[in-house]
Design a protein around this ligand. Structure first.
Ligand SMILES: N[C@@H](CCC(=O)N[C@@H](CS)C(=O)NCC(=O)O)C(=O)O
Length: 199
């Protein structure tokens, strides 16, 4: 399988982390963030929005959207729970990640780290940081008394939520008010299969 990616993208990191936990082989194809390589007619055939991650699972068969990719990698491993209710709970947290975490923590990080906090984006950045704090509070409350988001083992929900939350400080969102999230980050990093985003 071939992963088209930006190495510093949290969405692409989720896929590498899932592959590491699932112990499945894959190859990496780095795309440029600013060279137009994700907007060529050839790449748009693979990923119609011109986005990464995109995972070529077989010649001509490409998956986009990280939740779908994580499901494809995780099914058949302990990353995807056995019981329907737990599967539904994993989907709940993956929807939360897409709808609540990406527009806040991921955008705060992108505008801070990659755009250098442009003055004209100050209001958007402040909104993204505030939204990130709300997302982290919900995660922190849920993690009280729990080791992982669903059940007692890491699932693709943990993989998805770990990516941008553990980099919150890169968007200047302080993690100190969220001790259960910080403890869960420590737990995730201590798992034998863990890989960091920056190698
Ligand atoms: N919902 C998608 C979001 C993917 C996404 O936003 N990818 C970014 C990199 S993190 C991208 O390719 N941006 C380039 C663009 O939108 O032109 C997912 O979870 O995979």
């Amino acid at each position: 399988m071939k992963l088209y990616e930006f190495p510093t993208s949290g969405n692409c990191y989720k896929v590498r982390l899932a592959f590491a936990h699932a112990k499945k082989p894959y190859e990496r194809q780095e795309m440029g963030r600013n060279d137009g390589s994700t907007k060529t007619p050839e790449f748009l055939k693979l990923s119609p929005l011109g986005r990464v991650p995109a995972l070529e699972v077989a010649p001509g068969r490409v998956l986009v959207e990280s939740p779908a990719i994580l499901y494809y990698i995780g099914k058949g491993t302990s990353l995807w729970p056995e019981h329907t209710l737990e599967q539904a709970e994993v989907l709940r947290w993956m929807s939360f990640e897409q709808e609540i975490v990406l527009p806040t923590l991921a955008i705060a990080r992108f505008m801070t780290k990659f755009l250098g906090e442009p003055a004209e984006k100050a209001a958007d950045i402040a909104k993204a940081r505030e939204g990130g704090q709300r997302a982290l509070k919900i995660m922190d409350d849920h993690l009280k008394g729990r080791a992982y988001f669903v059940g007692d083992k890491p699932t693709i929900a943990d993989v998805a939520l770990f990516a941008y939350s553990h980099m919150a400080s890169e968007g200047k969102v302080d993690l100190a008010p969220y001790p259960n999230v910080v403890a869960w980050h420590t737990r995730m990093k201590a798992l034998p299969a863990h890989v960091p985003i920056y190698e």
